[in-house]
Design a protein around this ligand. Structure first.
Ligand code: PMP
Length: 353
């Protein structure tokens, strides 16, 4: 072993879902939106020219921050933007989780949380979901160095009501509580209404799901001005120019098209409700997801087998070989046509099996 080996920060990285090289697949594995971004984004893209790229972008991404603040009904000073909500969440872990006490998050949740905690050497304790895969708010009523959970949770899709969130906040007023609302637009009610009552709350959202812009990498946090200032101090100590010129322009165009956002999210909600019926008929069960995915288990056939045969068929879903969830598949809601092909294949396969 080389001496410098001991000085290396060794990490077990987060593994994102597969992005297949083949274009002819039905891609239901990374919770992307099956619809294109707003036509206003395509229009804004046509206005982009190369010349301004010789200059650095606006380090404050003001145009985008303004558009998001308007859409969220908050002050600009309450918005922090980043390169996808992953970037925003990483900055939040770095800025606010500096206690010796463990931070708390569910045992079944977004699998990036423990990766950031391990990388930044933040102690953590995972609180088991109940048997229905729901967060129990009373599990978060203990000494801790911070709390984070997605709502709806991922990969379960289960939604925690506002009163349960307020219960968690009420019992954790001495630490920062982060609610990761990556999927909130597909059925839940955002908890941004609680920001005025709880100055320790941070709500994180993304353009990757309900705004169909995973490829542009835009996420944001909403919180009180003081917390946003602390976040910006850390960001500027890392990289001033996180948001590039195209992301600022195109994200602004997306944020301003509320009608298109409403239309596509309603389409996805309708397809998801139909998927619940179809998959139940095929022998699957699942938590009542309010996200753009369903987390399903079959009464007879193991999830890993279904994952493999679906992939052979060019239908990509997500499978996690992890305790408690290794007999589940996470299926992103696609278009009605894509979902139709999924049901048709499953119907046929399950009949023969
Ligand atoms: N939070 C949760 C719960 C997610 O599932 C994801 C998507 N992988 C993210 C945050 C990050 O999304 P993005 O960086 O694309 O905004």
């Amino acid at each position: 072993m080389k001496k410098w080996e001991a000085n290396i920060r060794k990490v077990t990285p987060y593994v994102p879902g597969e992005q297949p090289k083949r274009a002819d697949v039905i891609k239901l594995n990374t919770n992307e939106n099956p619809y294109p971004p707003s036509p206003k984004v395509a229009e804004a893209l046509r206005q982009i020219s190369a010349e301004p790229m010789r200059k650095y972008p606006d380090p404050e991404a003001r145009q985008l921050v303004e558009a998001i603040a308007r859409e969220e009904g908050v002050r600009q000073e309450q918005i922090f933007v980043g390169v996808g909500s992953d970037d925003v969440l990483a900055m939040i872990f770095l800025t606010f989780f500096n206690s010796e006490k463990p931070i708390l998050f569910p045992d079944i949740t977004y699998s990036f949380y423990d990766v950031w905690a391990d990388m930044l050497r933040i102690p953590y304790e995972q609180q088991p979901l109940n048997d229905a895969f729901e967060i129990e708010s009373r599990d978060y009523d203990k000494e801790n160095g911070g709390v984070i959970f997605p709502n709806p949770n991922a990969p379960t899709g289960a939604l925690l009501g506002l009163s349960a969130i307020e219960d968690i906040l009420a019992h954790n007023q001495d630490v920062i509580v982060v609610v990761d609302e990556a999927y909130i637009d597909f059925g839940g009610t955002t908890c941004t209404g609680l920001l005025d009552s709880y100055e320790n709350l941070i709500v994180v959202k993304t353009f990757s799901k309900s705004r169909s812009m995973a490829g542009m990498r835009i996420g944001y946090a909403i919180a009180g001005e003081e917390l946003i200032r602390y976040l910006n101090d850390v960001k500027y100590s890392f990289n001033s120019y996180t948001m590039n010129q195209a992301a600022i322009l195109l994200g602004t165009a997306a944020a301003e098209d509320r009608a298109y956002f409403e239309e596509t999210r309603q389409k996805i909600i309708a397809t998801r409700e139909q998927a619940k019926k179809e998959l139940k008929r095929l022998g699957f069960s699942f938590a009542d997801s309010q996200a753009n995915f369903l987390f399903v288990t079959h009464e007879r056939v193991p999830a890993e087998e279904l994952f493999t045969v679906l992939k052979e068929q060019g239908i990509y879903v997500r499978y996690f070989k992890k305790p408690r969830i290794d007999n589940y598949l996470r299926i992103t809601i696609g278009t009605d046509e894509e979902m139709g092909q999924l049901y048709a294949f499953l119907r046929d396969y399950l009949k023969k099996r």
